[in-house]
Ligand binder design. Sequence first.
Ligand code: ADE
Length: 300
Amino acid sequence: MSAGGMSGVGANGADATGSGLATVSATRSGSVAAGTVGIDPIRSGAPVSHRPLGILAALPQELGDLIDAMRAESGVRTITHGQRDYHLGTVHGAPCVVTLARVGKVAAAATVSALIHAFDVEAVVFTGVAGGVGTEVRVGDIVVANALMQHDLDASPLFPRFEVPLLGVSHFAANEALADQLAAACERFVAEEGAASAARFGTREPRVHRGLIISGDQFVASASGVKALRDALPDALAVEMEGAAIAQVCYEYGVPCAVVRTISDTADDHAPQSFVSFLTEIAGTYSNAILTRFLEARRA
Ligand code: ADE
């Protein structure tokens, strides 16, 4: 495919065909209990509808109160695996495994791989913040990915710029149904609380965008950096550091995934301050509002 083109998009729509069953040693309780997990190579065989949803973010602030909500609803069983804590329980009626990927593509790929193989998740949802790249995308807006790609992947001239060598694609489509459900949850949040949230946080009333999210192992924080991204990838709406890695691993294993990002900064020289204040003051509120509506609608 041509560099940056959308042909050969990896469709992330397949049902998972079953992955490794987690063997847990922790006890179930209302409070967090640490344990370890071993990988049982036997497929769980659980019906798709009973398998948990994997929910992850890079940083704790980006998860909001999700683990507290799980603790209140079902209790939390926490399993430590590969230096990550995986929190198992039910949130708004949905069985979930909630974890932090930490920052960057390798961390994200390792974490989602464990969600698939050790915890047999049915689908994956990633939530967090991103830098705005699209000219219409402002701080406080929300971007739901239709597709994701790695803006810093370049094995040219051996392979076209951005293409994942030997996979033959550069863009990974989000699962359409999941992305639609996330976008609907975002629209409901904006309709019900957008004005209040804008007044509270001093942002404009949030807008929901759908389109391309780009990922790389850099925090983009300069006018020249964000211009270079816009020039190379004019369709890009937002930049972050994990989403495309999650989408690639999910594509390779046929697990549906979707990514939602709130815009914390515009990836320019003001990005570091804007990111920190958004992360500490606002990100959790957005995540709570979006995930609550998303999970409640799945139960309905
Ligand atoms: N996540 C939030 N803002 C970002 C930025 N400017 N660059 C990369 N990742 C981000």
